[in-house]
Write a protein that binds this ligand. Structure first.
Ligand code: ATP
Ligand code: MG
Length: 367
């Protein structure tokens, strides 16, 4: 039975209230939510949000810091930003931070999920329509471009936008003008675009699934949001944050996480990234009756299985190095250390660990 524990800090970072008021919903619910972020509805917190914009984001890894440094640099410009990263890595949270750090922060942040809206409705959702423009268009509708005028339009899952619409989207990105469906009048807007995708757009261009000209127009300032397994130093912070958040919500008093539990959470590859971790911790908090977190660790695949199922060489390398580090109890040098076992020089292994975001958890390893 493991005896070492990971003690939770008495205070944890709080979520930034402005970002947390948005929820996923149907397209029309989203419009309503976003419409409410008009000038008058913006909380005073947004006004001095420059140092606070990242407050809802937990993490201290070098990989995350590098990505956030790019965010800070590009946010105040009006340039288009392309956020690339696996599912659940925090692209949406970052898109909101870009808006909050920009001159447009007092205007609308409008989200448009290109994958969630049926093809037939995409055009009218984006461009809006006049009354009677098509069967069922019983009233005039404002589209997302118009809603986002002087603000930011977040084009989520942009890789899923159908080829038929890509030329029209390119025109709005380039010329900032469009026509409502059923209207001949050209409307001009002033919109800042942030796009996100978990697909490989460059590959899609080669496969002729995505227009090259649209890709280059979106790819002005790409930011890669790293997966959790490449920033393992963030895992204990996120675990602690979510344990506190869910404990509070469910009125539980959890103040201890076994070191062996934390170690397994750090070792797991989290293919669903932060969203998967968040859901896992919610489940763990539900299952906990005492003050020590009871995590259903059997639900997680072991690092070895994960390494076997890894899709890239980098993932397999990371999984294997981590397995050896755990076996050598994080001893890197010396004849029985991980470097010797892996047939590497100590400095080479340390360089690899830095690059892959592998670091020894700063609590005692359970025995
Ligand atoms: N650094 C972070 N700190 C705390 N919570 C985070 C962080 N990054 C993401 N989250 C949370 O993780 C969940 C997933 O984040 P988000 O929706 O931004 O990911 P995404 O990259 O847009 O995912 P998808 O590609 O699946 O849409 C959200 O609940 C978000 O609040
Ligand atoms: Mg998203």
């Amino acid at each position: 039975m493991a005896s070492a524990v990971y003690s939770m800090q008495p205070t944890s970072p709080t979520r930034w209230s402005v970002t947390s008021q948005f929820q996923e919903g149907t397209p029309s619910e989203n419009v309503r939510a976003e419409e409410t972020l008009a000038e008058s509805d913006v909380s005073p917190a947004v006004e001095d949000s420059i140092p606070r914009a990242f407050e809802g984001m937990i993490g201290a890894s070098e990989a995350l810091k590098r990505a956030l440094a790019h965010v800070k640099t590009v946010a105040p410009t009006d340039s288009t930003v392309l956020l690339e990263g696996e599912t659940g890595t925090g692209k949406e949270l970052i898109s909101r931070a870009i808006h909050a750090l920009s001159q447009r922060r007092l205007r609308n942040f409008v989200k448009f999920n290109c994958a969630a809206i049926p093809l037939g409705l995409l055009e009218s959702e984006l461009f809006g329509h006049e009354r009677g423009a098509f069967t069922g268009a019983i009233s005039r509708k404002i589209g997302r471009f118009e809603l986002a005028d002087k603000g930011t339009l977040f084009l989520d899952e942009v890789g899923d936008i159908p080829l038929e619409l890509q030329a029209k989207l390119l025109r709005v990105l380039q010329e900032q003008e469009f026509e409502k469906l059923g209207s001949t009048q050209t409307q001009r807007v002033n919109v800042r675009f942030v796009a996100a995708t978990n697909r490989n757009l460059a590959q899609m261009v080669s496969d002729k699934e995505f227009r090259g000209d649209l890709y280059f127009r979106l790819n002005v300032f790409p930011i890669v949001v790293p997966p959790l397994r490449e920033r393992r130093a963030d895992i204990p912070l996120l675990v602690e944050f979510f344990v506190q958040e869910f404990s509070q919500r469910m009125n539980r008093h959890i103040d201890t996480i076994l070191a062996s539990t934390m170690e397994q959470l750090i070792a797991y590859s989290w293919p669903g990234n932060i969203r998967e971790l968040q859901n896992f911790i919610e489940r763990a908090v539900i299952l906990t009756t005492g003050s020590t977190l009871r995590a259903p660790l059997d639900d997680l695949k072991s690092p070895v299985e994960t390494a076997a199922a890894a899709t890239t060489l980098k993932q397999a390398e990371s999984g294997h190095i981590l397995k050896i580090l755990r076996e050598t109890r994080w001893v890197v040098g010396g004849p029985r250390g991980a470097a010797a076992r892996l047939g590497l020089k100590r400095t080479t292994l340390m360089g690899k660990m830095r690059r892959l975001g592998l670091s020894r958890p700063d609590y005692e390893v359970a025995t």
